[in-house]
Design a protein around this ligand. Structure first.
Ligand code: M6R
Length: 357
């Protein structure tokens, strides 16, 4: 039920802190350990490579998840678009483990890969919001998202839930392998939930920004480096699917290799600046587009902002920042769609779950 909300999308954006806290609770074992079927961590630890298969927003979550599995758990990971993988399969490693990410658990492109991989006899797991869905039933293991039903076509709370569960999974494997995490996972995730709440309380600000940047624009660009690049791709997808503004998310360093040709007077460029090691580089990219007339929106970290930055997100552990930095982008997309009188929850030409290849 939408309750007092005009749209499911806004309700689902607002539910994200609750969802993160619920995930922490559901996966909290006795003492401080994480509650995951031990066969999952054993299976994944035996793998020489993890292959993440997904589509759309779930693919974007997979890209962030790769960082978690490699940086926290130390397992090489590849991320593939399901519809591509199936008909252009890369050379596989000797002991692969397949991880399917799907909100609905019904995406036909992902299912087609699962069918093929099962035939090959490799271990499989699905991370999904719908236990009992096709992908969940057919894989060896399932990790539920506990996000509650997601009704809006634009995925929001499922994305942050996917990131939370992927981080939790990577942390669990790291602990199992005896690797030291340099942070208290539970504590840092609790800070993330609070940070999202803070942003959800600033809706007026994002509505104003949306009006300022997107009212009269044909296109918009989202840039970032490292993990911010993946969130930029997700921000662009959100904006395009519900507001029909042509939007592109790309790596800041790629600008000068072509895309910068598209920058004109007033072109909105939304830059995410949350990753320390590329801070100066992405700021340099912002200068480059400003010099060509772009209308920049710089989203940085509270306490690390520079003069002229448009808005900040509360500081969280750097590796978890995608869970927070996506929220302004979700809200910006929501208000852009609203201002353009688009059908926010049911954008044209799209279905909530894509059950044909
Ligand atoms: O149910 P799934 O996660 O497998 O769906 C994948 C995509 O169809 C989905 O994420 C789609 O891109 C959303 N509309 C994005 O908001």
């Amino acid at each position: 039920e939408k309750g007092s909300y005009a749209h499911y999308m806004l309700k689902e954006i607002d539910e994200q802190p609750i969802v993160i806290r619920r995930i922490l609770e559901k996966y909290q074992g006795e003492n401080e350990d994480i509650l995951i079927d031990p066969n999952i961590r054993i299976g994944m630890n035996q793998a020489d490579r993890i292959y993440i298969i997904a589509a759309g927003t779930s693919y974007h979550a997979g890209l962030v998840g790769k960082g978690y599995l490699e940086k926290l758990a130390g397992i090489p990971t590849e991320v593939h678009i399901a519809s591509e993988f199936n008909y252009n399969m890369p050379l596989l490693s000797e002991n692969p483990f397949f991880l399917f990410i799907s909100q609905s658990g019904e995406t036909a492109d992902s299912r087609a890969v699962l069918v093929q991989i099962k035939r090959m006899g490799f271990p499989t797991m699905t991370i999904t919001n719908v236990p009992g869905s096709t992908l969940s039933r057919e894989a060896d293991f399932t990790l539920p998202l506990y996000a509650g039903p997601e009704i809006a076509v634009a995925s929001t709370k499922a994305y942050t839930a996917q990131l939370a569960v992927l981080a939790l999974l990577a942390a669990d494997i790291a602990i199992y392998k005896g690797l030291k995490l340099d942070f208290n996972f539970k504590q840092e995730m609790a800070i993330v939930a609070n940070a999202i709440e803070t942003l959800c309380d600033q809706k007026d600000r994002f509505r104003e920004l949306s009006q300022e940047y997107f009212t009269n624009t044909r296109n918009a660009f989202f840039i970032g480096r490292s993990a911010d690049y993946y969130v930029a791709m997700e921000g662009a997808l959100k904006l395009k699917e519900i507001s029909y503004i042509q939007a592109e998310g790309f790596a800041g360093g790629e600008l000068k290799h072509g895309t910068i040709a598209l920058i004109e007077d007033g072109t909105p460029v939304i830059a995410l600046v949350t990753q320390n090691n590329v801070d100066g580089l992405i700021r340099g990219n912002v200068q480059e587009v400003v010099a060509r007339g772009a209308h920049p929106m710089v989203i940085s970290i509270e306490g690390q902002e520079e003069k002229g930055d448009t808005c900040t997100i509360p500081a969280v552990h750097e590796i978890l920042s995608p869970l927070v930095s996506v929220v302004p982008l979700q809200l910006l997309a929501y208000y852009a769609a609203l201002q353009r009188n688009c059908d926010v929850d049911k954008p044209r030409n799209l279905a909530k779950s894509v059950t044909v290849e």
